[in-house]
Design a protein around this ligand. Structure first.
Ligand SMILES: O=C(NCc1cccc(CNc2ccc3[nH]ncc3c2)c1)c1cc(-c2ccc(F)cc2)cc(O)c1O
Ligand SMILES: [Mg+2]
Length: 214
């Protein structure tokens, strides 16, 4: 069966990491992707910034756009308080299948629900179908041309409340210039930029935090 990179990453974790140990699994993915095959996980440098912002926010409800292999999902899940609700949307069914196995191995399966499909089709259904009211923390890491439309969709669907924290990956590389312009010029957001580097690379990148003011 033709193996894909994401399957090789999962296999490496299953064979080399400690089951039920989220941090060890995160470290194993970083080791594989820095030594063997580059992959678009948020990585450890930006991951530490993500950890700090999640810890400061201490969210009860989390939405992630773009699950991929589950790397950021595992990082976030290990920081959540008991009973927190974490939904992650993944359009690519192969990525979703890999992430599901990653979450099971990490022992965070009960904390995370993977919603298969695209953000534009799922976000409008979150209140009705998934009994969500608003999100305290949203990690945006899917197609960069969806960052702005999905931020507007979250507003329109009433899924943001005063203090909701949006954190967007890759705002420098590959780049999301329209997102930066939108949130930085909109009075309803308080923005902070966190310069960093592209995962497993020395190219410059950054995370952008945008706090919704209501
Ligand atoms: O593009 C990126 N990630 C998004 C992405 C990418 C591919 C597939 C999917 C399929 N998943 C998907 C799609 C649409 C969706 N709608 N709702 C959910 C949802 C889920 C998602 C990315 C790229 C680079 C990068 C690439 C090349 C390079 F040279 C340097 C850097 C680095 C990153 O950190 C990145 O995050
Ligand atoms: Mg990314």
């Amino acid at each position: 069966m033709a193996q894909i990179k994401e399957q090789r990453i999962l296999d490496y974790v299953l064979q080399n990491a400690i089951k039920g140990n989220p941090q060890n699994i995160v470290d194993a993915i970083d080791k594989y992707c820095s030594e063997m095959e580059w992959a678009m996980n948020v990585g450890n440098e930006k991951g530490l910034i993500l950890d700090k912002i999640v810890s400061e926010t201490n969210p009860a409800t989390v939405l992630e756009l773009g699950t991929y292999c589950g790397y950021s999902g595992v990082r976030i899940a290990q920081l959540l308080k008991p009973g927190a609700c974490f939904l992650t949307i993944e359009k690519n069914p192969v990525h979703a299948a890999i992430a599901k196995q990653m979450f099971e191995f990490a022992g965070v399966k009960e904390k995370i629900q993977i919603l298969e499909g695209s953000s534009e089709e799922i976000i409008p259904k979150l209140k009705s179908k998934y009994k969500v009211n608003t999100f305290d923390f949203i990690f945006i890491d899917h197609w960069s041309d969806r960052y702005v439309p999905d931020t507007k969709l979250l507003e329109e669907c009433g899924l943001l409340k005063k203090g909701s924290v949006l954190l967007a990956d890759n705002v420098v590389y590959p780049g999301a210039p329209d997102f930066l312009q939108y949130v930085r010029n909109c009075v309803r957001y308080e923005c902070t930029n966190y310069p960093s580097h592209l995962e497993y690379s020395d190219k410059e990148d950054a995370l952008e935090k945008a706090v919704f003011k209501g």
